[in-house]
Ligand binder design. Structure first.
Ligand code: MG
Length: 355
């Protein structure tokens, strides 16, 4: 582009027909232009607008009290980039916000790193960035710094996005995977398997009578409502890759407990069940991107379930089982037929590039 423009004048990016080229990652004028006309235009805020090598942020406080920082990062390589219910842009915002929020922290800021493949349409990139901007705005968590690199055609797959989130944890709050105790209730915020099945059915070109949409969503609002009840929460986690089964096995191991689930109480949409049967998947192992697992004392369960159900993202919240004493740290399932089976760790990679 530099050869075709006069000094001091840069033709605006052709957002409709233009494509990412290697100069967009070169550190020169083309990169500055891509950042200004695409990233800053949509994601802009007072911190991103500082224009330095790093964003200067106020010291984190939680309702006026100095808190601890929580930081989490996540790489996103989902394929396809656009899917029913979302795209890599909003997914990369939701996923990292959720990882910070399930720690009991209030997510404050995001950083975003983009690896773009030469030749990727600018129109698609803009769609992705707008989706990120909307997700960040809705969740109230701005993108305050970022980076873009371009790799040669054939050396990437369109777009990869890494997001990092920072949040603030109020003094005295400790929510983590080691907190589950025998007798605790296991709650989930809604139906399981939607994200993974939405992605897989799109990849396999399957269509169902009722379209299956990803559940990708930011959980920080619902979690804030749950924390506001002051009910005791021992563990929160978002059952993403590996699904409910893998997440509960992780927690059982961390806490040194067993778990007993009731199959009849685990919410799975009939269409998701049908798709799983067709695809040979077990919905308990399929990724979710907008669901929460909460483990709490049995006495706290009614109040937390009420808070979840009062939020649009937790309308179908339900208790699915209990934490039990088990030296083997097994997760077991009481089946609909009255039998019992062990829900083991996910072996191998059942669903690559799901998030
Ligand atoms: Mg997580």
């Amino acid at each position: 582009m530099s050869g075709t423009v006069k000094r001091g004048y840069v033709r605006p990016l052709d957002m409709k027909h233009g494509r990412v080229d290697l100069t967009h990652g070169s550190g020169g004028r083309a990169m500055v232009q891509l950042i200004a006309e695409l990233f800053a235009r949509h994601l802009g805020n007072e911190y991103l607008g500082q224009g330095n090598d790093g964003a200067v942020l106020p010291a984190p406080t939680f309702d006026g009290v100095p808190g601890q920082l929580v930081m989490s990062t996540d790489c996103h390589v989902v394929t396809p980039l656009f899917f029913a219910g979302g795209d890599i842009g909003c997914l990369s915002v939701h996923g990292t916000i959720n990882d910070v929020a399930v720690m009991g922290a209030r997510p404050l800021y995001l950083a975003a790193g983009f690896i773009l493949e030469e030749g990727f349409p600018l129109a698609d990139l803009e769609r992705i960035v707008i989706s990120m901007a909307n997700a960040a705005r809705e969740a109230g968590v701005p993108v305050v710094t970022g980076d873009t690199k371009v790799v040669e055609q054939g050396k990437g797959d369109g777009v990869y996005i890494t997001t990092t989130g920072v949040g603030v944890l109020p003094p005295g709050r400790a929510i983590g995977g080691a907190g589950a105790q025998p007798g605790d209730a296991i709650l989930v915020s809604g139906s399981l398997g939607d994200h993974g099945v939405a992605i897989m059915s799109q990849r396999e070109n399957l269509s169902f009578d009722a379209p299956i949409k990803s559940d990708t969503a930011a959980l920080n609002g619902m979690i804030a409502d749950m924390l506001a009840t002051a009910a005791d929460i021992h563990v929160m986690r978002d059952p993403t890759r590996g699904g409910l089964a893998t997440t509960l096995n992780e927690i059982a191991g961390q806490s040194g407990v067993g778990m007993l689930l009731r199959e009849k109480d685990i919410p799975i949409k009939p269409v998701v069940n049908a798709a799983c049967e067709f695809l040979g998947l077990d919905p308990l192992y399929v990724a979710n991107e907008g669901k929460l697992i909460c483990i709490c004392p049995a006495a706290a369960a009614p109040e937390l379930l009420a808070a979840m159900r009062a939020h649009p993202l937790g309308r179908d919240a339900v208790q699915i089982g209990e934490v039990i004493t088990d030296e083997h740290h097994f997760v077991q399932l009481l089946t609909a037929f009255g039998g019992k089976r062990i829900v083991d760790w996910l072996t191998g990679d059942q669903l690559p590039r799901i998030c």
